[in-house]
Write a protein that binds this ligand. Structure first.
Ligand SMILES: C[S@@+](CC[C@H](N)C(=O)[O-])C[C@H]1O[C@@H](n2cnc3c(N)ncnc32)[C@H](O)[C@@H]1O
Length: 244
């Protein structure tokens, strides 16, 4: 009887932008997998993750971009994730080891997480190995030489897509906050940080580890200019609350 011998899917986080910040384990994997998948926008055939990993991808490797539509339609997104999972599984069924690249860490606000769920569901016996990557917020904290969290403190990681409301809800028990996707509603994020006594210690980092990297010490200035997509905010509660 012929039993199916799947190849392995490796989820690889390529870090925030500096190819030297890719784990050695991932570099070794990239050197031996047959096919390398990465997400791209459905509008262009561009993958920042592939660009970052490029120095570690052998010239003979097959790189395949999987287009993901920028849509809020959940059914459309689910169909897309499932189709891409089937494409990945089709390679694994041939016995090929494959990698799926994502920016930063593969399990932090990453497309890989959605595709992974479908791969695990549609091919339950298939081997999957996810290698952790350095998230953009870890790299940003390192860039500005600030601890992310210390002692008994807490750290809240938020998406800034809807602005600062989640911080307004949760701030009472939070010492530190990271806003990823802090591009569209940076003004409201800045207001929420001010309301919760976190503005003074906040800093934004745009394009961390990339050529056009920028550290924005006064994030109120982001209200007047629309920051780019690759922007995040790190903030800490001021230990000396402002006088009432
Ligand atoms: C979809 S999330 C991807 C997060 C990624 N998986 C990680 O672990 O860092 C995209 C957001 O990550 C942040 N980001 C990713 N790379 C960045 C960089 N090089 N500099 C600043 N922010 C970055 C930005 O806030 C961006 O809007």
């Amino acid at each position: 009887m012929n039993t199916l011998q799947y190849g392995t899917l490796y989820g690889i986080g390529v870090g925030p932008g500096d190819p030297d910040l890719i784990p050695l384990k991932s570099v070794n994997i990239l050197n031996r997998v047959r096919v390398i998948f990465a997400a791209s926008s459905s509008k262009n055939a561009h993958s920042q993750a592939v660009n970052i990993a490029r120095p570690h991808i052998p010239a003979t490797s097959e790189v395949r971009l999987l287009p993901f539509p920028m849509t809020k339609n959940q059914a459309e997104k689910e169909t897309c994730w499932e189709n891409h999972a089937r494409t990945v599984i089709a390679e694994m069924e041939k016995g090929h080891d494959v990698a799926f690249l994502t920016l930063g860490d593969s399990l932090t606000y990453a497309t890989y997480g959605y595709v992974l769920k479908y791969v695990l569901a549609l091919a339950p016996g298939a081997p999957v190995v996810t290698v952790p990557g350095i998230t953009a917020y870890q790299a940003a904290a390192a860039r500005v030489n600030r601890p992310l969290v210390e002692g008994e403190e807490s750290l809240l990681v938020l998406s800034g897509v809807e602005g600062g409301n989640r911080l307004r809800e949760l701030a009472a028990s939070v010492d530190n906050v990271v806003f990823m996707k802090a591009y569209r509603n940076a003004g409201d994020i800045s207001d929420a940080l001010a309301e919760k006594n976190m503005l003074e210690s906040s800093v934004a980092v745009a394009n961390c580890c990339l050529e056009n990297e920028e550290v924005i010490e006064d994030i109120r200035t982001l209200k007047a200019r629309k920051p780019g997509y690759w922007t995040l905010v790190l903030a800490k509660k001021n230990s000396h609350p402002a006088a009432e």
